[in-house]
Design a protein around this ligand. Structure first.
Ligand SMILES: C[S@@+](CC[C@H](N)C(=O)[O-])C[C@H]1O[C@@H](n2cnc3c(N)ncnc32)[C@H](O)[C@@H]1O
Length: 214
């Protein structure tokens, strides 16, 4: 993995991601399925009927792997994917060409004060929040404003590292593995599904979460 300087202000975080994914976008789909666990499983716990005409936003949609799966599970859903990396979105556009009529891809950061005003039934963060540091909490504070009354937040991500050297390695690749997401989610959303599971050979744990807006 390419290493670069880690910035913590908003502009720095966005620029780090753009430069990190300029190369990673090319190898993302070929490599990430081997260790980004739980992505398909968590989507099966979204509490809407399959034929519901819902509106789904994925924050940090990357190459569109989850939006593709969501499009299959919810054939009447409108799909929105937002990401700061144009390179990842270019891949997403190719991967999601069948969904053109009900897909919107936006190249912008999700942040406090965005104006989506209660329009989404589902907001998904898949392996994005542990890379958005230290702003991840602001994004979760924002999500309820952008959810409908019965909307849900769905999160799948790394939970924590069980091996110090791995935690350090991931931190140098922008990922924070301190078990920070679950306590926040459980406190601020009405939990419908929450699992922490062991990842590769116990080196790290990952988490899956579905919670309704309170
Ligand atoms: C590990 S990838 C996950 C991609 C996809 N969600 C998946 O599960 O395969 C993290 C994605 O989050 C995006 N990202 C990072 N910071 C972001 C921010 N502040 N706003 C929106 N997207 C961001 C990155 O550009 C990258 O595409």
């Amino acid at each position: 993995m390419m290493k670069d300087k880690i910035s913590t202000n908003r502009e720095g975080q966005v620029e780090s991601m753009k430069s990190y994914y300029a190369f990673q976008a090319k190898i993302y789909d070929a490599t990430r399925w081997t260790f980004l666990y739980g992505r398909n499983t968590v989507l099966e716990h979204i509490p809407f009927p399959a034929d519901a005409p819902i509106k789904i936003l994925e924050v940090g949609c990357g190459t569109g792997v989850n939006l593709r799966k969501l499009g299959q599970i919810f054939p009447n859903a409108e799909l929105y994917g937002l990401d700061v990396s144009g390179d990842m979105l270019n891949q997403a556009e190719k991967n999601l060409s069948d969904y053109e009529e009900r897909l919107t891809l936006l190249e912008e950061p999700y942040e406090k004060g965005t104006q989506y005003n209660g329009q989404f039934d589902v907001i998904l963060f898949s392996y994005a929040l542990t890379m958005i540091n230290p702003q991840w909490q602001e994004l979760l504070e924002q999500a309820p404003n952008d959810l409908t009354e019965h909307g849900v937040v769905v999160v799948v991500d790394f939970h924590k590292a069980n091996v110090k050297a791995y935690k350090k390695f991931m931190s140098s690749n922008h990922v924070r593995l301190d078990g920070q997401l679950v306590p926040y989610l459980v406190k601020h959303f009405d939990t419908k599904f929450c699992r922490i599971k062991t990842g590769l050979a116990g080196v790290w744990d990952y988490m899956m979460y579905v919670g309704k807006k309170k």
